[in-house]
Design a protein around this ligand. Sequence first.
Ligand code: NAD
Ligand code: IPM
Ligand code: MN
Length: 360
Amino acid sequence: MNKKILVIPGDGIGPEVTTWGKAVLEKIAEVYGHDFSFQEALMGHVAIEATGNPLPDETLAKAQQSDAILFGAVGHAKYDNDPAAKVRPEQGLLKIRKELGLYANLRPILLFDELLDASSIKPSILKGTDILFFRELTGDVYFGEKKRSEDGNTASDLMIYERYEIERIAHKAFEAAMTRNKRLCSVDKANVLESSRLWRETVQQVSKNYPEVETEHMFIDNAAMQLIKDPKRFDVVLTANLFGDILTDEASQIAGSMGMLASASVGDGTGFFEPIHGSAHDIAGKDLANPLASILSVALMLDISFGLKAESQLIIDVIKKVLAEGFRTNDIADGSTNPYKVLGTQDMGKLILKFIDQQS
Ligand code: NAD
Ligand code: IPM
Ligand code: MN
């Protein structure tokens, strides 16, 4: 199979982890006889430094011409601590999501049994959890009008949804539920927010097309609690942009670490694959980042964008094997008394390549 893949490493640990996502793609191509060609492009702080623009036109053009995109992360401490900065790395990510029409962000909470004790939640509560989040990605308070009064003392972000935006992601989430355990929980704040009342009304309408799916509606505050109390009760979770952002960082603790959660953003065109984590300034440049979220994002790319299910499954099997043999990065090596073999980013990446060779 011939595919053109754009790699956007970004900032902080982005390049450190994306190196290994790309290396896994190269290894899969070698093992299965595919022809993957790669291009690179700038986004985020590195793009601002080079061009003044967090999403240069050239990056967007390359993205539109590619078959899939592997992204790392954007963000820099300089901007996090400077609320007045007008040009910001994250704007690049938001713009590319909008321009490519990536309205559905799939965030699977894939829990490896080997990592049950890496979580701060009891293994008995966690075991058997398998959740697929559908986070709406191109609407909500992220993209509504932003205002600041002239005197600077009043600010607002408009939380806004249109019916069609809710309908299209709801259909995707229900279709996924049909292939899984046929349970869907839609999360909103319809007891307070008008945009959530439109959300709930629309999801209720769409659910009529999927009578086999058991649909429930839950308020975001309760959902945040239930996720920790009894994560197994969830199958597909459908929610808006901001709620989904927050709930999935919370849900990463079910899988053991932010360094384990991959995502696929899909919609109108080219699929976009990225870990859910950010540029992690606290560990950047220290060979501490867990590359598995990027490698799992590659597994999602192979499956969703290229339909290469065996290749995708091989990556998941290899990760399981590596974990079963006791290899860990620092973030998933629980405490000081464990018997794990703790590896840096690079050694974990190399080990995954070696195991792919052995498995195939
Ligand atoms: P973060 O996700 O970067 O880090 C949160 C915590 O998780 C940190 O303690 C970090 O060390 C840890 N962590 C994250 N990824 C890890 C990995 N692969 N391995 C091991 N540990 C990992 O969130 P933050 O600290 O709130 O944000 C840092 C910057 O990243 C900010 O500028 C923010 O805007 C940006 N950000 C970008 C994205 C993105 O590009 N998709 C996502 C979230 C945050
Ligand atoms: C994510 C990030 C982004 C978001 C930021 C960096 C714009 O937190 O991908 O989860 O909020 O969507
Ligand atoms: Mn986030």
